[in-house]
Write a protein that binds this ligand. Sequence first.
Ligand code: PMP
Length: 303
Amino acid sequence: MPQYAYFQKQFMPLAEANTNIMTNFLHYGTAVFEGIRGNWNEEQNQIYLFRLKEHYERLLNGCKVMKIQIPYSNDDLCKLTVELTARSGLKENVYVRPVAYKSTEAMGVRLHNLESDFFALVIPWGRYLDTDACRVGVSSWRRPGSNCSVPQAKITGQYVNSAFAKTEAHDAGFDEAIVLNESGRVAEGSGENIFLVIDGKLITPSVYENILVGITRATVIELAKNELGIEVIERPVERTELYLAREAFFTGTAAHVSPIAEVDHRLVGDGKVGPITKELQTLYHDVIEGKNPKYMHWCTPVY
Ligand code: PMP
């Protein structure tokens, strides 16, 4: 399978994109990354990269936080990603992983006096959560707040927190974790945002709850308001509400819109995919695959 990378300012096969083991970011998590999906549209023989600009906006914001300077504009990064994906020749759902990182081969935990660079790779990638109905458990791990780290940036080092939560959930027999913030309110999944349906309204933890402000979250909020006429409320969410919600689902680039069937061994609603979740799932898939003319401005064709 052709797997391509852009590394040290060149396109190359993924197998050739290797770095020295002294490279700073390998040791200290001093990098920011993105996950971008390219969605295959069979009828049009096309891959659509979803909301490229927004992903690179978040990456460049993260670069600022991490004092990572890269010589690329948002536009450059979008063009580069289209070319990388086109070069792969892939004709299926793909995943692009861009990383901006501290590239100096030097020990020492710091952000200053280190060079930065950027790489990206593209691989075929189907589903992330391999179930249609997630069984989830509330994690014993907490999502750190903004005096501990920077929850709004996708900093690689920060993801050890997600890894703790994910594996704890896995070892306990769950598909995914729900992570609370330091105040004990609901933050998100290990790599997804979370939505609840309560009294016919869509509820999701607000940006002040230590969440990563997801691009899928923003997409779903817009689709729910504009296409389904559903009220969306961003507010603090209590753990108890997880047990009382009629419907619940995760959102994320990797996870798409993923229904939650159970929380802590309690059924959400009747444990089946609820009507609002179902509608949003269908809408979302049409939009990301370039099948909804109204939202084509979110889709960048590769071929
Ligand atoms: N939270 C975390 C911790 C994540 O890693 C992700 C995936 N990027 C999300 C939420 C969802 O964000 P997005 O919809 O932008 O992929």
